[in-house]
Design a protein around this ligand. Structure first.
Ligand code: SF4
Length: 248
């Protein structure tokens, strides 16, 4: 069983494939809470829940009743076919932490179908959940956007930084890149430490901000960081255009 929080067809807003038309599946559940990000969302029962900007896809206890349980991968295919999509459209699994489901039969079967039909499949992951590339070889053909969490998430170091996990993803998958949101020099040093523990891999940095105004204000500093360190700048197009993260 896997849990689907929402699906939407949009353009990729961040990372290596920014601007690419993509069908998003947001899966429910995460192995972290990231309360350090301090976003607050009101649950259906009226409780204010603190977490990251997708806390509604993380907190099963308060939001899980709104998630759709998927027992057959053809349900995901049916959702895909309900959209008017171009051939070979990109498919993105995000969350929550989508790799929690990496070994569930429903996800494996759907990803095998997508790869056989030449879709590019991207997982937006926190890089702390291991993938068994030998058992499910299809994941070697996928793209992994590794948003390893930094100290501002509030999660303990040993839980959020697992070099043996993201290192294996980098060496086994066709494509992987780091994707960080930067807002201070201290975080810049953390990024250096984390990426130094990894095999060679592209590092992308994005301006901090949950609103268009914040992103715009932090853009130049992020570009300067990229110029200093040789990182690649990534915009946050969905926030710049729609001023929010949800359902776009
Ligand atoms: S790892 Fe990502 S999805 Fe999970 S709680 Fe942290 S920011 Fe949210």
């Amino acid at each position: 069983m896997l849990y689907l929080v929402e699906h939407f067809y949009s353009i990729q807003g961040e990372g290596r494939y920014v601007g690419t038309p993509s069908l998003f599946f947001r899966l429910g559940g995460c192995n972290m809470r990231c309360e350090g990000f301090g976003c607050v969302e009101t649950a259906p029962d009226g409780v204010s829940v603190v977490g990251c900007d997708t806390v509604y896809a993380v907190d099963r206890h308060h939001f899980g009743d709104q998630w759709q349980g998927i027992e057959d991968w053809h349900v995901l295919l049916g959702i895909m076919q309900s959209y008017d999509l171009p051939d070979d459209v990109d498919v993105v699994f995000t969350g929550g932490e989508p790799l929690l489901y990496a070994h569930t039969p429903q996800l494996v079967a759907f990803v095998e179908y997508l790869i056989s039909r030449h879709h590019r499949v991207t997982f937006e992951t926190n890089g702390s959940v291991a993938v068994d590339f030998e058992r499910h070889r299809v994941y070697k053909s996928c793209v992994f956007a590794l948003s390893v969490k930094l100290s501002n998430s509030g999660e303990p170091y040993e839980k959020r930084v697992r070099p043996e996990v993201f290192g294996r993803i980098i060496t086994q998958a066709d494509e992987a890149f780091f994707k960080f949101t930067v807002d201070s020099e201290a975080l810049e040093r953390e990024i250096e430490t984390i990426t130094a523990e990894a095999p060679k891999c592209q590092v992308m940095c994005m301006p901090k901000g949950g609103s268009k105004a914040e992103v715009e204000a932090n853009t130049e500093a992020t570009i300067e960081l990229c110029k200093r360190k040789g990182y690649t700048y990534s915009d946050r197009l969905h926030i710049r255009i729609w001023d929010q993260n949800k359902g776009v």
